[in-house]
Design a protein around this ligand. Structure first.
Ligand code: FMN
Length: 338
């Protein structure tokens, strides 16, 4: 059924089909018919506690598919263990001009340069407050494109304060390739300064609200081993609970023959599988059991999910694989990682 639907959706430009599919999913949910398209998880799900959160199983939705929490009920109903929503910025912003999303169908890949198009964190939190299904939610935060990099900390602090009462965990996105300069926050003094500010604010929020909400930092797959070593050292030193590996890649080696290879943006899907898994293995070697690891990037099959767990991931997330395979990918991953 998903294959037929996909064939029809793939006739449209990538972003238009993405929006239409999400709207259709929400309609199906409102009609009470989600069961018809949901992944089969019964009998396969094994609970697991990571970052102090009890997940019904290990397979979640990666950030970016539902940036504004407009479709949280529908997506939750499909069988994901949790949703990571966002990236959300303090103020709404339109993102980059269209076209800004490209489907590389032969390579089972996507290139996007959306640029954090989102309706702002206040909108998403209001949406979340009205959802009917109460599943686990990670809120992924970032900075506005027009906030100078030197003032980035303040944008992340606004996101942290606003998301804190609602989120089960908060993801700090410093690895999108589509906001100029953002990835520099993964390094050196900028990283120290951001983590210092976030963890101090988290202490204040935890004391005020009586609840410690874990923080996970999302990293790029394009860092050298030296860079990863320095970065992970700082994450551990600051007491961050989790790392999400990885975001999309600049690397075009595996898609050189595609007509879209030269498009600016981040590449995701099958060509990212190996690189994301290798990055995760390095991170595991660096952090051991001191941080939880959420594996993401090119998980297109149950086998990919299993390999990511074997490489050290506690949980996995899917995005491009879900676009190409639909809800059955969730059950495939569940079967492989139970
Ligand atoms: C169209 C698109 C939009 C994305 N938007 C975000 C985002 O807003 N924030 C974020 O942290 N990651 C975003 N991502 C990255 C994904 O969460 C994920 O890390 C990446 O795509 C690799 O996983 P995949 O190969 O399963 O897609 C986006 C990915 C795609 C394809």
């Amino acid at each position: 059924m998903y294959r037929l639907l996909r064939a029809a959706l793939f006739l449209l430009p990538a972003e238009a089909s993405h929006d239409l599919a999400l709207k259709a999913m929400s309609l199906v949910e409102r009609l009470g018919l989600t069961g018809l398209i949901a992944a089969r998880t019964r009998g396969l799900a094994r609970e697991i506690t990571v970052m102090g959160i009890r997940f019904p199983h290990r397979v979640g939705l990666a950030a970016g598919l539902d940036k504004n929490a407009d479709h949280a009920d529908a997506l939750q109903g499909l069988g994901f263990a949790w949703l990571e929503l966002g990236t959300l910025t303090p103020r709404p912003q339109p993102g980059n001009p269209k076209p800004r999303m490209f489907r590389l169908a032969q390579q089972h890949a996507i290139i996007n340069r959306l640029g954090f198009n989102n309706k702002g964190i206040d909108y998403a939190l209001t949406k979340l407050s009205t959802r009917r299904r109460k599943g686990i939610v990670g809120i992924n935060i970032g900075k506005n494109a027009d906030t100078p990099l030197e003032e980035a900390n303040e944008d992340y602090l606004i996101g942290l304060r606003k998301a804190y009462p609602v989120a089960d965990y908060i993801a700090i996105n410093i690895s999108s390739p589509n906001t100029p300069g953002l990835r520099s926050l993964q390094y050196g003094e900028e990283l120290d300064s951001l983590l210092g500010a976030l963890m101090a604010e988290r202490r204040t929020l935890a004391a005020a609200l009586g609840r410690v909400v874990p923080i996970a930092v999302k990293l790029a797959p394009d860092m050298t081993i030296e860079e990863l070593t320095l970065c992970c050292g700082k994450l551990v030193a600051h007491g961050v609970e989790g790392v999400i590996a990885t975001n999309t890649t600049f690397d075009r080696e595996r898609v050189a023959e595609s007509e879209h290879a030269a498009e600016t943006g981040g590449l995701s899907g099958a060509p990212l599988t190996e690189k994301a898994c290798a990055t995760l293995s390095h991170i595991k070697a660096l952090v051991g059991d001191r941080m939880a690891i959420i594996g993401v990037g090119g998980i297109m099959t149950g086998g990919d999910a299993q390999a990511r767990i074997e490489a050290g991931a506690d949980l996995v997330q899917v995005y491009s694989g879900f676009i190409y395979a639909g809800p059955p990918l969730i059950s495939d991953c569940l079967r492989a990682t139970a």
